[in-house]
Design a protein around this ligand. Structure first.
Ligand SMILES: [Zn+2]
Length: 383
């Protein structure tokens, strides 16, 4: 499969030069409107049918479709087009290439892979490849915060398989962790600081809870690790309590992040924390606390035997000249949403470094190779 190298690199550079910082993460940031316009024009010029979706004002996703002849499996190549903020970066929008590395915010996470998805579709058109199934390029909004783009797209589009192209250095990612946010509110009783007989100190009670929570934290990390993503974990991310120095604290609150592994559910993870609260309440009539999970993102796992994984295995081996490794990753990705919607999903993207860091670059050669892998995988999957 011949990849148009010039198109790939020019597209990548242009994508990086367009500011697409997620406005929910950085107040006043532009969002995806301008980058979506560029992507839509480019995919249209390549010969794809283009649709625009805007689940919220200025939060734009683009869907390019290369229609098949009918009767084959359909495949979505998925990449997010938003980025995190650029604070501390010397050249956030340069798009300059030095020593085979293209620099700028989003180059690695994940405009390199987005350019590869676009170039893969172009290669299929240029080569006159006729597939039975549709090939879709989805450039989605808001992955870095609430995944508005992919959630919305799933209400409009039905596909059989998806490759989420978050960066993996061209290895094949079959699993990632999920996470759960849980708030624990410990209730005390306010009283004048001199009236120990009246007050119940919610912060001291919280201390007892945190002692038990750290035992659970050690227990989680000593459990048999998931073979691809390791053990589960948690951390007491945010803590607050009390209203003044001469007042017994009436309440104390902790917000916990629990990272889950494939096979675990949010209900199980919450029940483990509830068990700590129940145990303390039994021992101490003055211990009162509530446990409230308030946000959940499920973990992701796809079997190596899935049709989409085997197609990608063959494509990667053909382009790289050796088999790609099956790996796991820890951050949550849109892959979990697609898989949960019944779309068989796998993750494979470009190489580089610096996601959310001050210096970010993508390996240009890996972008071109990824384009070829994606095009070959589409031929295998959608033929
Ligand atoms: Zn990303």
């Amino acid at each position: 499969m011949r990849i148009d190298r010039k198109y790939t690199l020019e597209t990548l550079s242009r994508l990086v030069q367009i500011n697409s910082i997620n406005p929910t993460l950085a107040h006043g940031a532009p969002g995806e409107q301008e980058i979506a316009r560029f992507i839509a024009e480019s995919l249209g010029a390549c010969g794809l049918a283009v649709e625009i979706f805007e689940p919220a004002a200025g939060r734009t996703s683009v869907l390019g479709r290369l229609a098949g002849t009918g009767g084959g499996r359909s495949l979505m190549l998925n990449a997010h087009c938003d980025t995190v903020d650029v604070q501390g970066m010397a050249e956030p929008f340069s798009g300059a290439t030095r020593d085979g590395k293209l620099y700028g915010r989003g180059a690695y996470d994940m405009k390199g892979s987005l350019a590869a998805c676009m170039a893969a579709a172009k290669a299929l058109v240029d080569g006159g490849t006729r597939l039975r199934g549709d090939v879709l390029v989805a450039a989605v909004a808001d992955e870095e915060y609430g995944s508005l783009g992919t959630i919305d797209l799933l209400t409009h589009v039905k596909v059989d398989g998806a490759i989420v192209t978050e960066p993996t250095g061209l290895e094949i990612c079959l699993a990632h962790k999920g996470y759960l946010w849980i708030q624990v509110d410990v209730a005390g009783r306010a009283a004048h600081g001199s009236k120990f007989e009246l007050g119940i100190d919610a912060n001291m009670k919280m201390g007892q809870f945190l002692g038990r929570l750290s035992e659970l934290e050690r227990d989680l990390r000593s459990r048999a690790p998931h073979p691809l993503v390791g053990p589960p974990s948690l951390h007491a991310a945010m803590l607050s309590g009390g209203s003044g120095l001469s007042t017994y604290a009436a309440s104390s609150t902790v917000q916990i992040e629990r990272r889950t592994v494939p096979g675990e559910t949010g209900e199980q993870a919450t029940a483990e924390i509830r068990a700590i609260v129940d145990g303390l309440s039994e021992q101490d009539a003055d211990f009162h606390a509530t446990v409230r999970p308030f946000f959940v993102r499920d973990p992701f796992e796809v079997p190596a035997s899935a049709r989409i994984v085997r197609a990608l295995d063959r494509a990667a081996a053909k382009v790289r000249g050796c088999a790609a490794a099956h790996v796991g990753d820890t951050p949550w990705m849109d892959a979990a949403l697609l898989q949960a919607a019944g779309v068989e999903t796998v993750v494979c993207g470009a190489g580089g470094t610096g996601a959310h860091a001050d210096v970010e670059w993508v390996d240009v050669e890996s972008v071109v190779k990824l384009a070829e892998i994606l095009a070959e995988a589409a031929v295998d999957y959608c033929e």
